[in-house]
Design a protein around this ligand. Sequence first.
Ligand SMILES: [Zn+2]
Length: 69
Amino acid sequence: MKYGYHCEECEDAIWPATTRTELAWLKNREHVVREVANHVSGGLDTWMMEALDFLSRHGGHSVVLTRRP
Ligand SMILES: [Zn+2]
């Protein structure tokens, strides 16, 4: 099963290569992860970068955790 984020306002979605648990975790701690990302020279995991990028593009929008139909 594949999970991802969906922006209800833009009808845009991403499906990073990770689990539902990880996506829920990141969404709840977005500000913390973003702070950590600024201090990690090697960069974060690809799925985290993808997810953070999506969340910042849709900042203030209604983004939900969803399952790929
Ligand atoms: Zn959006």
